[in-house]
Structure formats: C-alpha cells, structure tokens
Ligand binder design. Sequence first.
Ligand code: PMP
Length: 407
Amino acid sequence: MHQHSRTDPYADRYADRAAGMVASEIRALFAVASRPEVVSLAGGMPNIAALPLDVIGGMLDELTRRRGAEALQYASAQGDPELRARICEVMALEGVHGSPDDVIVTVGSQQALDLLTRIFVDPGDVVLAEAPSYVGALGTFAMYQADVVHVPLDSEGLVPAALRETLERLRREGRRVKFLYTVPTFQNPAGVTLTAARRAELLDICAAHGVLVIEDNPYGLLGFDGEPMRALRADDPDHVIYLGSFSKTFAPGFRIGWALAPHAVRAKLVLAAESAILSHASFSQFAVREYLMTQPWHQQIKSFREMYRERRDAMLDALESMMPAGCTWTRPAGGFFVWLTLPEGLDAKAMAPRAIADRVAYVPGTGFYADGQGRRNMRLSYCYPEPDRIREGVRRLASVVEREIEL
Ligand code: PMP
C-alpha cells in the first residue's frame, strides 16, 4: 500500500476552513443504502421517474436547434432575465411579490446558502438555525467557521419564545447574530411547518432584534392539503431573504435555484457569484425557462404532490401499526420527511449498522445538529421508495427497534 494513502500528505497546508471539512454521515450511508436489497428511507431524492422524460427530451432537442447559439454561450452570473421573471411568477403562488431584478439564479439553493454565508459570516459569527436543521446548510456554516446556535422546534415549527430568549441572551453576551436560517415549510429533516401565528411572531422578533431571516423553501409547493402556505418573505421583504429551488418541483439535475434578496444584498450576491462561477450554466437556465413557458408545470407539481402524499400515508400508516410503544414521530403535511424519536436509552446512530444489516437505512439524527444533539432521532424519507417498499422498510425498522428495546 502506498504510504500516503492513509494520511493526507497535504494536511499542513490547508486553510483553517478546510481542516474542519469532513464527509457528512449521510454521504457515507448512501453508499451502503444504495444496495438493491436495502430499503432506503435515508435519501432525499425526488422521484424523477414521474416526469415525462420523452416530452422533456423533445423540448431540449428543440431548444438546442432553435436557441443553441445563446443556450450554449456564456451568460451572466445573476441569471437570465426571462427566467428570473418566471421565478417571480412561481413565488407569487406563496404571496411573494419580488422584482426580477432582486432575484439571483443560483446553482441549486445550496449555492445561495454558500454565497450568503460567504458574504455575511466571518469566523466565529453567530448563525441561528432550527434544532434540527438541514444538514447541507450546517455543512456550509461549518465551512465558513460560523458558530451555529440552535433554536428548538416542535410540531408547529420553530418555537418563538425560545427564539426570543436566545436573542436576548446573545445580546446580553454582546454577540451579534448574522442571520436566522429557517426552513419554515415541510422542514428538512423534521417534516414540520411553522404555523401562521408563529410566522407573524417570528418576523416581529427578528425585526425587533434587527436579525435577517434566510427562508429556505424548496418544498413549499409540495403541500398535501389546500393552498400553499404564505411565505415569510411575503410579509417582510426588508428582513427576509427567500431561497427557492426547482430541484423538488422539476428536477435537481439542472441545478437551478434562486435567492430573492433586498437590493443591496442581491448586488453583493452577484459579485460573490461572479467569483464562484463566472457564468451560469446557460443551457440549464434555458431548459428550466422553456419548461416553465411551454409545459404544464402546475399540473406536474400536482402529480408530484399526489405521489408524495400517497407515500407519506404509506409511511404514517406503517409507523402507526408497526412501531413499538415509546417511539414518536412527526406528521408532515408536505415535503419528504418524517422525524422519529426513539424511546429513552436508545441510540439511532449506534443502531444504524444493525438496521443496515437488516436491510433498512435511515439517517441518524446527530448529523442535523451542530452540537451533538439528536442521538434518539432519525430522519425517514418517503419520497423515493414505492409505497410497498416503504411498508417493508418500516416493518424491518420496527423489528430492529424492538430488538434494541429488549437488549
Ligand atoms: N435546502 C433544503 C432544506 C434542502 O432540503 C435541499 C435539498 N436537499 C437544499 C436546500 C438544496 O437543494 P438544491 O441545491 O438542489 O436546490
């Protein structure tokens, strides 16, 4: 074996921010979970098979022939103006009225998280995030050496009283909060949604403390009942930066997301994006724009919702009938995820290899916190497997948990 394969020969020259970079637990899990005999309740992959791929193929073919000279050329770092106008129409479904000029297209909403953290956070700065929070955001905050302070959530989303207390404590300690990062609707990983009353409270508290809110909303249009929730941004354009994405409502492979930000922030984001990517992937932008202009995308989102609702029902019914007493879980009204809490004394992380051996995978809860909480938790996703596989996965999981209880 080569002597350098175990220790990193470049370890002494990385920047501080790179020294702390480690592969997420989810990444390692995906490798095993993707074996066909394993029912994976771990991944958060949208179900692309539900898209009419032949129709999309025809659209892309036509696009190349008709607009190839533009679609294959360099483009701006802010994003195609026509696409930004369409994005504003999408956000209007959640009560958000933004100008295309205040939108920046990003490489998935993940890049928006990166750019925002880059322009706002110096090492040691405080960033607030729900407990638990989206693992990809926590990774980005760690990369920029933010100090993540968690605020608890419950079945109605982030707890306003806890937010107020945390902000007051930080103020007393003389610490400045750069922003609150929240996924208010169909949260990843908890599957809960901030209620309308709490939305108003959250905005009041943040405005009173001068705290910017980053509202990350990739699942907002994937609700199972009624009309989309009104976005936080709709009620406070000056304090809220809205992040959106076509990854879950169309396809993640195009890598098209966006941020809608106050004008001055948007200008900084564009400068940061120029350094990061120089130009957008023009073809992806044209593809999404063409899709929005020529295809029945409302209808497609409706069929995604119906498919995911059926899977959510399969998971909740299976949990209800099979999980041992002492387990509790959330009941998502949209999105992809259920958050399960094991009985006292059990450890979801220690149990994960035993679950894999029993051919079921989930994501242990600890990865969704910056501070080691979440031992008794796991994220279960119902977005990808068929309903029968979901039931089988829950059956296997229930028997693993039962064995752990008996140990
Ligand atoms: N935010 C949240 C809450 C997510 O769940 C995801 C995807 N898992 C993202 C952001 C990033 O998505 P994308 O970059 O594909 O838009």
